[in-house]
Design a protein. Structure first.
Length: 386
């Protein structure tokens, strides 16, 4: 894009910055944790109205238990379609918005989900709006806002993949983690749930009467975490455990949640097989084991189309005096699904965020305008690609 076009975009967005913050505040102050269906649906309704005002045809994908998803489509210039991906849910339980509502302090905006990813949603809306204001086009655009992303997009994934199969590019509105960063890679991930059954007995009874599930779990934790291999890009962690019912009674049951991260798609099936072998095979006599779960997200890996898309992003950034830093992110996103289908995907397009999913989650307010302009510039450039 020409520098003067980018300067005009930046000027308009700067004039609308307070509007952007007001909409972020409105969304942040609604509890929309993954299990807060009412709040997710409320946020979805707000965003749906904004998209309709931008000329999108919006439909709601209803869910009975989890939050509804929002799907939006708009015609555009050219034959290749762009996918803008975001999610409505957060990790924060009901009541968090009242305890820690949106606030501005020292150039930072705080609140549950302000970066992940209510700030990113608003940034996306205003990138589309500034293009409308300037009479600049976009390619045909599909938007999907997932209602259950924080628990793996179990319900949303089929829609994401259905949209992605008809798209050439995907831009994911997850927060950015460094100034100027754009995510090219993400690790794949999975969750496994281990239940170990032993046999309860008073600790003073003969040893043969009791089988300690917690002892088995302790051995399992060591064996599972030994599968981690930083060189190969594998991380296995056991961070949530529970077992036993009384100090003086041998634990009849123990449970653990297992987190698995894998950098490369080529290693996914091997790592899943090794985790299953270690987790479900008893070490101590008398133990019975149940194992549930699976690898839920493939890694996001760049492809030749990604490199072309990145070059476009770098050219747009250069026209506004911004330097981009392509990076690897470790958490999963819905971009993992688009990338696995061969769609050129850039992730981490949202505002610069600190302490994501933490009690002090916050965005740098000054990042909102330039990153919205970057997104708008990329969309305009893609409309010229044919």
């Amino acid at each position: 894009m020409e520098r003067n076009e980018m300067e005009r975009m930046l000027q308009i967005l700067q004039e609308k910055r307070n509007e952007m913050l007001a909409l972020i505040e409105r969304l942040v102050n609604i509890d929309s944790g993954t299990f807060c269906k009412e709040g997710i649906d409320m946020c979805g309704s707000i965003v749906a109205r904004e998209l309709e005002a931008l000329g999108f045809e919006v439909s709601i994908v209803h869910e009975k238990e989890s939050g509804d998803h929002i799907r939006a489509e708009r015609f555009g210039r050219g034959s290749r379609r762009l996918f803008l991906s975001a999610h409505l849910d957060t990790v924060f339980p009901e009541g968090t918005a009242a305890e820690r509502p949106f606030r501005l302090e020292g150039g930072l905006a705080y609140g549950p989900g302000v970066g992940d990813m209510k700030g990113g949603i608003v940034q996306m809306l205003y990138a589309l709006r500034v293009l409308n204001d300037l009479g600049l086009g976009t390619p045909p655009v599909s938007i999907f806002l997932t209602g259950d992303e924080e628990t793996g997009s179990v319900r949303g994934r089929p829609c994401i993949e259905d949209i992605a199969r008809n798209c050439a590019w995907a831009l994911i509105m997850e927060p950015s983690s460094r100034p100027g960063s754009i995510g090219l890679r993400r690790w794949g991930l999975g969750s496994f749930y281990l239940t170990i059954h032993g046999r309860a007995a008073h600790v003073l009874e003969p040893e043969s009467n009791g089988v300690n599930a917690c002892s088995e779990l302790a051995l399992k934790i060591l064996a599972l975490e030994s599968l981690s291999d930083p060189v190969s890009g594998v991380k296995v962690s056991v961070n949530l455990v529970k077992g036993g019912r009384s100090r003086q009674v041998t634990a009849a049951e123990a449970r653990a949640d297992i987190d698995v991260r894998v950098r490369d798609l080529a290693h996914m099936s091997e790592i899943e097989s090794r985790v299953r072998d270690v987790a479900r095979n008893p070490i101590l006599p008398g133990i019975r084991i149940e194992l549930e779960g699976k690898l839920t997200r493939p890694p996001l890996e760049p492809n030749p189309g990604t490199e072309v898309l990145l070059k476009i992003a770098e050219e747009v950034a250069g026209a506004m005096g911004m330097e981009l830093e392509p990076i690897e992110e470790y958490g999963g996103s819905d971009g993992c699904f688009t990338g696995a289908l061969g769609v050129a995907t850039l992730d981490g397009m949202g505002p610069l965020t600190h302490d994501m999913c933490g009690d002090e989650e916050r965005i740098e307010v000054e990042s909102l305008v330039p990153r919205a302009a970057l997104l708008a510039g990329i969309m305009y450039r893609l409309s010229c690609e044919g």
